[in-house]
Each structure stands twice: as C-alpha cells, then as structure tokens.
Design a protein around this ligand. Structure first.
Ligand code: PLP
Length: 224
C-alpha cells in the first residue's frame, strides 16, 4: 500500500457507511487518481474544466467525475456529456445553461444547489431564502433536464467550531424543510454535500452524507 492509499483508507474508515466520499483531486496529477482508483475509489472531484477534461482522457471510463468548483456558464457544454454531479450550482442563469446543454446531450444532469451559509463575502451560492423559493417554486418545472438532487455548502474557514456547526446546521434545516414538502416522494433528492478535510467530522454530525476531501488524501496541492 502506498502512503496515499493508506491515507485514503484512514479517511474511509472514519466515515459512516451512509456517507459518500468524493476524493478531491484538483491540482493533483492523474497518477494520484490512479493510485486511489486502484484501491476502489471511483468518485473524484475536480474544480477546473480544462484540468478535468485532460485527466478524464487518460483515466478509466468508470470514474464518476463530480464538478465541485464554481462553474462558468460558458464551460458547461464541455462537461455536460459525462459529468456525474455538479455540486456548486450558484445561480439561476447557470441552471438554465445546464438545462440547455443537458437537453442537447439528451440527458438529465444531477445537480446540487450551493448555499451561501459562510460568513465570507467572496463565497458563491444562494442564500437560504433564495434557495427555498427556487426549490419550492415553479421554475424547476421549466428545467426538465436538470435533476436537483440536494444541497451543497462550505462553512467559514475558522477555528470556531460552534460557528461551523451552526452553518452546516442551517443548510441541513433547509434540506429537511424542502425534503419534507416538495421532495417527500422523490428519492432522487437526498444529497447533502458538506465537509472538507478540516471540517468533515463536524459536517457529518450536521447531516452531511457526502464529503469532499482533498488534502487529507492527496496531501498539499501541487500545480501541474
Ligand atoms: C478544494 C475543495 C475541497 C477539498 O478541500 P480539502 O481542504 O483539500 O479537503 C472541497 N470542496 C471544494 C468546493 C473545494 O474547492
């Protein structure tokens, strides 16, 4: 077993069975992904379209690629044919572009709405109120090729763990609210993507069932 494979095994061992692991491989070379793949990891997260395209071309076709970063509308067309999940849908304009490109490919693209719960001005995402109106309103009916499968968020980068708990809890509260109403009979809506290397154990306590972990598996990011 390589060091990387051992770190991956440690992260896996720390997750309850109900929590899916997205191995965040952005800025790491394809060989690292291959090492994780060789011990069974199949879900990888990338945040730059060009980098994702290059890696995908040289890696096995049964990898499920998740797009986890901010996605520019003009880039949707490149990943629409194959992307397994778009985590950070942060505007209605992006939803409409995903609809257009998914329809061209003849597929429904699984997406998560990104919530802005952090106390940082630069982070993208819908406020809880905006996301609620979108999720409970009519607009989704006009987007038949977009499959909203749940919510995603990032907490503030802080040492204050009670703040991190609070931010994830606010995302989970909205999840529960819309799950119990509009999506009560829709099993495809069920994903809560929160938690990264430094805060995923808090995220799991606050209802996450999909964590996006990079540096704890792959080490510090290097530019390739
Ligand atoms: C980079 C990134 C991660 C992984 O971060 P680590 O701290 O390396 O675990 C998770 N989510 C998003 C959206 C990211 O951009």
């Amino acid at each position: 077993m390589t060091d990387l494979q051992r770190r991956l095994a440690d992260v896996r061992a720390s997750l309850p069975e109900s929590v899916q692991l997205v191995a965040v491989s952005k800025f790491h070379p394809a060989e690292f992904i291959r090492e994780a793949y060789d011990v069974g990891q199949r879900i990888f997260g990338e945040s730059h379209v060009q980098e994702l395209q290059e890696k995908r071309a040289e890696l096995p076709s049964d990898i499920e690629w998740h797009f986890i970063g901010h996605l520019q509308t003009n880039k949707v067309k490149y990943i629409a044919p194959y992307i397994s999940l778009i985590h950070a849908v942060d505007s209605v304009r992006l939803l409409h572009e995903i609809e257009k490109q998914a329809s061209r490919c003849g597929r429904r693209i699984p997406c998560l709405l990104e919530l802005h719960v952090a106390d940082e001005a630069t982070k993208y995402g819908f406020t809880v109120d905006e996301a609620r109106s979108l999720l409970l309103g009519d607009e989704l009916h006009s987007l038949p090729h977009v499959q909203v499968r749940g919510l995603m968020c990032m907490a503030t980068h802080t040492e204050d763990t009670s703040q991190i708990h609070r931010e994830f809890a606010s995302a989970y509260a909205l999840y529960r609210e819309v799950k119990e109403t509009r999506f009560a009979h829709d099993d495809t809506f069920g994903l809560r993507s929160w938690g990264m290397s430094h805060d995923y154990s808090i995220a799991i306590q606050e209802g996450s069932n999909m964590v996006r972990v990079g540096s704890s598996i792959f080490g510090l990011r290097q530019y390739i």
